[in-house]
Design a protein around this ligand. Structure first.
Ligand code: NAD
Length: 268
C-alpha cells in the first residue's frame, strides 16, 4: 500500500547514526525512500554496516566521518552529501555524549566536550543545512523547504543531578530549536525536537544492563517498559514527512510518560 510518509527524492543527514537512535532513524528514513548520510565520529565499520543494511533493503546511503563540533568537519560532511545525492532536505541532529560527574568535580573539559557535541554541533549542522535549503529552493519533493529534527532529551525539562553539562546542553537545544523555528517558519523551514526518555541504547547501558538497574528505571516510566530506538525513529519519520506539515517549534516527548511526574501518581 502506498504510504503518505514517502520521502522519495529527499536526502537526510543523520548525525551519529552508526549506533543507537541515529541508526534506527537512518534505517527508518531510508525505508521511506530517503537517501541517507550515515555520519559517524569513530567506528567507520559500524557506519558501513548501517549503509550495507540500507542498501540491502534497496535504499541509498553513504557513510561520512565528521565531528559535529568541528565547523570544517560539518561543512565537509554536507559537501559530501551534496556531491553524492545533490540535495539536503532532512538534517537529523542526533549526535550526543555524556560525561557525567558530580558538579564540584566536573572539569572544564568535561563541560566543554558535552556542550560542544550536544549543542554547538546542532548549531553548526542546522546553520549549514539552512544555507543549503535557501540556495536549493523549493524542489517539489515536500511542502516545506526543509525539515530540521533536533534530538534532545527529557532532560531539556527534567533537572539531572550529576549530569549538569548534559542537562544544560539539552535545555540549550530546546531554545535553539524554538528560536530557529520562529525565525525560519516564514521561509517554510520546519524545526522540531524529539526528546526521548529512557531508550535502550549504548549511551545508558548502566541504567538497563542489570535487572536491579532496570527495575529502578521502570519506577520512572508509567508505561512500564524501556523505550526502543524504533519508538523514536517512527516519530522522526513523521516529522520528516508532509504528514506533520503544520508542526514546527514543538518538542515531542517520546518517553512512556517519564515527564508526567510519576512520583505524584499515588498522591505524591
Ligand atoms: P549512542 O551513544 O548509541 O549514540 C550517540 C552517537 O553520537 C554515536 O553514534 C556517536 O558516534 C555519535 N557522536 C558522539 N560524539 C560525536 C561527535 N563529536 N560527532 C559526531 N558524532 C558523535 O547513544 P544514543 O542513545 O543513540 O544517543 C543519540 C542521541 O539521543 C543523543 O543526542 C542522546 O543525548 C539522545 N538521547 C538518548 C536517550 C536514550 O535513552 N538513549 C535519551 C534521551 C536522549
Amino acid at each position: 500500500m502506498e504510504t503518505t510518509l514517502k520521502l522519495n527524492g529527499q536526502t537526510a543527514i543523520v548525525t551519529g547514526s552508526s549506533s543507537g537512535l541515529g541508526e534506527a532513524i537512518a534505517l527508518e528514513l531510508a525505508s521511506a525512500g530517503a537517501n541517507v548520510v550515515v555520519n559517524y565520529h569513530s567506528g567507520d565499520d559500524e557506519a558501513e554496516a548501517v549503509v550495507k543494511r540500507i542498501e540491502e533493503r534497496g535504499g541509498r546511503a553513504i557513510a561520512v566521518g565528521a565531528d559535529v563540533g568541528e565547523e570544517a568537519d560539518v561543512k565537509q560532511m554536507f559537501a559530501k552529501c551534496i556531491a553524492a545525492f545533490g540535495y539536503v532536505d532532512i538534517p537529523v541532529n542526533n549526535s550526543g555524549i555524556q560525561r557525567d560527574k558530580a558538579f564540584h568535580e566536573m572539569s572544564l573539559d568535561e563541560w566543554n566536550q558535552v556542550i560542544n557535541t550536544n549543542l554547538t554541533g546542532q548549531f553548526l549542522c542546522a546553520r549549514e543545512a539552512v544555507n543549503i535549503f535557501l540556495k536549493q529552493g523549493m524542489r517539489g519533493v515536500s511542502k516545506a523547504l526543509g525539515k530540521i529534527i533536533c534530538i534532545s532529551s527529557v532532560h531539556d525539562v527534567i533537572p539531572w543531578a550529576g549530569h549538569v553539562n548534559y542537562a544544560a546542553s539539552k535545555g540549550g537545544v530546546m531554545m535553539l530549536m524554538k528560536s530557529l523555528a520562529q525565525e525560519l517558519a516564514p521561509k517554510k523551514i520546519r524545526v522540531n525536537s524529539i526528546s526521548p526518555g529512557a531508550i535502550q541504547t549504548p549511551i545508558n547501558k548502566e541504567a538497563w544492563g542489570t535487572d536491579e538497574a532496570l527495575n529502578k528505571l521502570l519506577e520512572l516510566i508509567p508505561y512500564g517498559r524501556i523505550g526502543q530506538p524504533e519508538d523514536v525513529a517512527k516519530q522522526a519519520l513523521w516529522l520528516a514527512s508532509d504528514e506533520s506539515d503544520y508542526v514546527t517549534g514543538a518538542t515531542h516527548y517520546i518517553d512512556g510518560g517519564m515527564t508526567l511526574y510519576p512520583g505524584f501518581a499515588d498522591n505524591g
